[in-house]
Design a protein around this ligand. Structure first.
Ligand SMILES: Nc1ncnc2c1ncn2[C@@H]1O[C@H](COP(=O)(O)OP(=O)(O)OP(=O)(O)O)[C@@H](O)[C@H]1O
Length: 677
């Protein structure tokens, strides 16, 4: 039935079909899943029960001809008096002067709009001659994408529900429908589009939310199964003696959590299955150390490693630490977008002939002209910035290497089982010994001088500081302290006392490199920067992180920034400079001063801002659900996941009762039973 094209629907001509195609509706099923984005409620209530400022419906008699006044260019205001229950209500409608003819004195009219109780006035959105259809008071409103009017949508969908009842077959397993008291598919669709009551609408929504999450989770579990089982021949022969030797040479002893993660990774690297693992750990917990040790394993197996990071700064920084930590004979190259010409050619050729064992770089690593000789291990740092799409690019390129994704962003469980449901997870849930929690203070803008004095005192003790600003240059629109201004100002104030550096995204690669080197070697004591230092930058001697206009950042981002300090043994400080106007801004500042636990912050951020903002849904490749909401439908998500795991473990595709579910999934997944068996 989902194959049925919209053109086959009665009343849909080629032109309408084309418009539907433009908004990505090709089949009858697409239309059925095009749920209303809200519902208007035309329930009539007595005047005294109407609530001020709410949308209401009023039915009454038009008292006299409406009055229309014109003002400005093309603007108009229509006023009409309507008699309701013996009272007179004033109806006001803007810029629809043509509607005057529909308001005929003595006739009944129904109007819908915002109610002003004090003036007994309604701002009319919709009107209809005669009484409202009392039999169907809940009316679906579709988002008016394209040129299709709401009434048209209603008509087509009504038609489908009438004509295709037989074809709308159920694919959800009956035991689940019974267990969760969910309506069947046909009832679900008809209640979603034309609810008989809000209660029924609620059940229909529950059904489709669960359906959406269950299908998604089954896909994840199937991917996971397929990845684990269908990619044999990946076993690496690692020289663990050499790896142990490297660990002994490290400047510190590994934490238990690091050791455990390493054990997980080495188990995967040794195994014939392809690793698909997420390494999660709060900022500064020592993920990079784990990555370095594990990649050395692959080097000892005589194979190549690609280490992908989100920014050029990080690529440089990691290159330096890799060269420091790994034995001299390991050949390491850095490949980023800004490396061009002969140098690039040389690097590409070293990668292709296998003489270079470790390549560290940005997206440039997955470009078409990069060919590896024997790539066996890919590490991707700051996972959410690459997202599912790029993960798939690697997969599509036929790269069957073992994969490790690292993220410092503590991912709330709801998100991790959604975005990373197809992966195994290792967590570093312990900080290296001797770390002191960063002390966080929230100060107002007018305390700037005191804060700078504080920073100066820290610098006299030999430490360093970051000052982060949201924008590079002054903007007319936003009254934000900007990096350039602040840089100039500080240079003046601290002349002869401290060196100040400036870092932002518009500097050339060489300039950025130089500034970072100067900061890393303490030639620059204060680094004024935009958020380019947000992820991964590691200068353990820095003890102050001051963030200007801190209320403009989300909690997770503030936490990332704060994570740039407190990376050594000295006490570190984070100073949030902000005069937030709204409650959410104030709340964020308070939360930051109360906890340094990344997971708690991420959960709070999710509550305050929603999953889209936290990760930037588009870039992150987080699935965009039609109905399900990752915050509110948390329970349904957990249930769906448990059910999906169970279904896949029990090989539901072999069970006759689950055939329709399998058939439904198969179309999208391109899976056949042989590969699954
Ligand atoms: N076990 C350990 N004991 C002491 N210091 C450690 C340990 N592991 C890592 N470090 C040091 O802690 C700092 C942070 O480590 P690393 O950069 O590996 O963390 P990370 O988790 O990658 O951080 P981020 O997420 O912020 O990039 C580094 O200076 C590193 O040398």
């Amino acid at each position: 039935m989902n194959q049925l094209s919209v053109q086959q629907i009665k009343g849909v001509g080629p032109k309408l079909a084309e418009t539907l195609e433009q908004i990505n509706i090709h089949t009858v099923e697409d239309l059925l899943y095009y749920f209303p984005n809200r519902y208007d409620h035309y329930e009539q209530k007595p005047l005294h029960e109407l609530i001020h400022n709410e949308k209401v419906t009023i039915v009454g008699e038009v008292l006299q001809e409406p009055m229309v006044t014109f003002y400005g260019r093309k603007k108009s205001r229509l006023t009409v008096n309507i008699r309701v229950d013996g009272a007179v209500v004033k109806g006001v409608m803007f810029n629809r002067a043509f509607a005057k003819k529909h308001f005929v004195p003595g006739e009944t009219i129904s109007v819908n709009g915002k109610w002003d109780q004090h003036r007994l006035q309604i701002t009319i959105d919709q009107y209809k001659k005669g009484s409202m259809d009392a039999s169907n008071p809940i009316s679906p409103i579709y988002s008016s994408k394209g040129d299709i009017k709401n009434a048209q949508f209603q008509k087509i969908i009504k038609q489908i529900i009438q004509d295709y009842q037989e074809e709308i077959s159920e694919f959800m397993p009956t035991p689940f429908l019974t267990k969760y008291k969910l309506p069947d598919r046909f009832t679900g669709f008809s209640e979603m589009h034309f609810p008989s009551s809000f209660q029924q609408l609620k059940h229909a929504k529950r059904r489709f939310i669960y359906e959406e999450l269950l299908l998604f989770q089954i896909k994840m579990q199937l991917y996971r199964k397929r990845n684990r089982e269908a990619t044999q021949g990946n076993a690496q022969v690692i020289n663990m003696e050499q790896v142990k030797h490297l660990i002994q040479q490290f400047p510190f002893a590994l934490t238990e959590a690091q050791k455990k993660s390493l054990a997980d990774i080495f188990r995967d690297l040794h195994s014939p299955y392809r690793m698909n693992r997420l390494l999660q750990g709060d900022v500064g917990s020592g993920k990079t150390a784990v990555a370095v040790i594990s990649l050395y394993g692959t080097v000892t197996a005589g194979k190549q490693v690609a280490f992908m990071v989100p920014t050029e700064i990080l690529a440089e920084q990691h290159e330096v630490s890799l060269k420091e930590l790994l034995p001299n004979e390991v050949k390491i190259h850095r490949l980023t977008g800004s490396i061009k010409g002969k140098k690039r050619q040389q690097i590409l050729s070293d990668i292709e002939d296998g003489s270079c064992q470790v390549v560290i770089g940005t997206h440039a690593l997955i470009q078409d002209d990069v060919h590896f000789d024997d790539l066996a291990y890919v590490i991707i740092d700051e996972q959410h910035r690459f997202g599912v799409h790029q993960r798939n690019t690697l997969r599509e390129k036929g790269i069957l290497a073992d994969m490790l994704y690292m993220t410092a962003t503590p991912i709330p469980r709801t998100l991790s089982i959604t975005a990373f449901g197809d992966m195994d997870v290792s967590k570093i849930d312990e900080m290296p010994k001797g770390r002191k929690p960063v002390e966080t203070y929230w100060v107002k803008q007018n305390m700037f001088e005191r804060t700078v004095n504080f920073i100066y005192k820290e610098i006299k003790k030999g430490s360093q500081a970051y000052i982060i600003c949201p924008l590079i240059e002054e903007s007319d629109k936003l009254d934000i302290q900007n990096a350039l201004d602040l840089f100039v100002q500080l240079q003046e104030v601290l002349q002869g006392k401290a060196t100040v550096g400036l870092m932002h995204g518009r500097l050339s690669t060489e300039e950025k490199e130089q500034v970072m080197l100067d900061f890393a070697s303490n030639n620059v004591q204060i680094l004024v920067s935009t958020t380019v230092v947000e992820v991964g930058v590691n200068v353990p001697n820095a003890t102050v992180m001051m963030i200007q206009d801190a209320d403009r950042f989300g909690l997770s981002q503030l936490h990332q920034l704060r994570g740039r300090v407190g990376r050594g043994e000295k006490q570190s400080y984070c100073i949030l400079v902000a005069d937030p106007k709204g409650e959410t801004g104030k709340e964020r500042m308070r939360i930051m001063t109360e906890t340094t636990d990344g997971f708690e912050l991420a959960e709070r951020d999710l509550e305050l801002r929603g999953p889209g903002d936290l990760f930037g849904v588009k870039q992150s490749g987080l699935p965009e659900f039609k109905l399900a909401d990752l915050v509110h439908d948390y329970r349904a998500l957990e249930t769906a996941r448990t059910d999906a795991i169970e279904l896949v473990e029990h090989q539901f595709w072999k069970d006759a009762d689950y055939q329709s579910l399998f058939d439904y999934l198969q179309k999208e997944l391109d899976l056949d039973k042989q590969t699954l068996a």
